[in-house]
Design a binder for this molecule. Sequence first.
Ligand SMILES: [Fe+2]
Ligand SMILES: [Fe+2]
Length: 424
Amino acid sequence: MTNSYAPEFRISVSQLRPGVFIRLEGARWFDHPFLFNSFKVKDAEQIELIRQLGIREVICVPERCDVLPLKPGRGEPEAAREENGQTARTLDHLLNAKRERSRRLREKKERIARCEERFNACIQAFNAILSSVAGGTAQSVGQAVAFVDRLADYFLEDRESTLHLMHVVDRAETAYSHPMNVAVLSLMVGREAGLPPEAMNALGLAALFHDIGKAGLPRMLLHKRGDMTRSERETLEQHPRRGEAALLGVGGFPDAAARVVAQHHERMDGSGYPDGLTGEAIDPLARILAIADAYDNHTNQPDPGQSLTPYLALSYMFGQQKHLFDMELLALFIRCLGIYPPGTVVELSNGAVGMVMSVNPRNQLNPSVVVYDENVPRREALIVDLADEEDLRVEKSIRLAHLPPKVLEYLSPRTRIAYFVEPE
Ligand SMILES: [Fe+2]
Ligand SMILES: [Fe+2]
């Protein structure tokens, strides 16, 4: 960086040279061939393109320049330049590529909207099933099994599926569902682990009903902040066993899934509950469920202000909670979510700031990122697919607290981190 505090200033296109970071003032994204409205000038050809677009002045952003612009009047006089046929052709080509890019962007947004619709329908269906399973009818178990079948289907058949961040701003639990999130994440890991269909179904059912044993516990206890008394803790720690007992009592609910529910708080080092099981003694499905459950608890605290960002939650689990989880499965979990899981705010290698929206486990270093640009209205925000941009990569994760409020509002008005999948 040349100068961290210098204010932006307007320069003539004749002052441009490679390494100068510029912003195209008032330019609409669709009207120019560049991926971003702000970028570092790459070469002379790019300067010529800017000139060909009829742009006479741009804004220089000194803090992101490698070199400062030329002094006014030192560049070639504009009048002396002739229309360059080669550049015009390049420009045409780039504008066509841009039109193709905006078509793909529109498609992507439609796909995300469809994914959100399916997600909301699933939440509603699940909430209805949850209340009827609590009532204990065989018919409701049949519905639950069919529901998990459909959900697991998204992950099976070796289809590629992309994990999307859902838009949940509602603080009420009607739009966010911890069990659904845990089920989606567990099944994603299960698929990566190569589980057969029966195991996937047991895993999905166990994930959806893992906390059913909390029903009937005092509300005050469930929502308690801060330290618990010993007896409060003992009561809460009964919920895996209460859940298992309740599910075994529901005719038709698979025993294997009920056993996984009983073990979802067991930890590899024996520090879990209710039985303090260690390592191999814990059902592998329960080990998967434990990871997905812990991650969702880190990222969706009752008070959203206390939640860890997805990136920090993974770092914490991988760095400081290794002993609690099955390391092989935790590695698979990270492979599914990517190093920068959806919901992480990141800085890209060109200095742009964005939020990871989706990740494909087969290409986890190249997520899709929605990019902050003050010149683009939020609902039209650019989503960059890093798999398509060879010059662009994620540089680092940024803490939400370090973002200016207007950037945070643009990128992340959601209060809950919820995921859903879209089969390719
Ligand atoms: Fe639990
Ligand atoms: Fe849970």
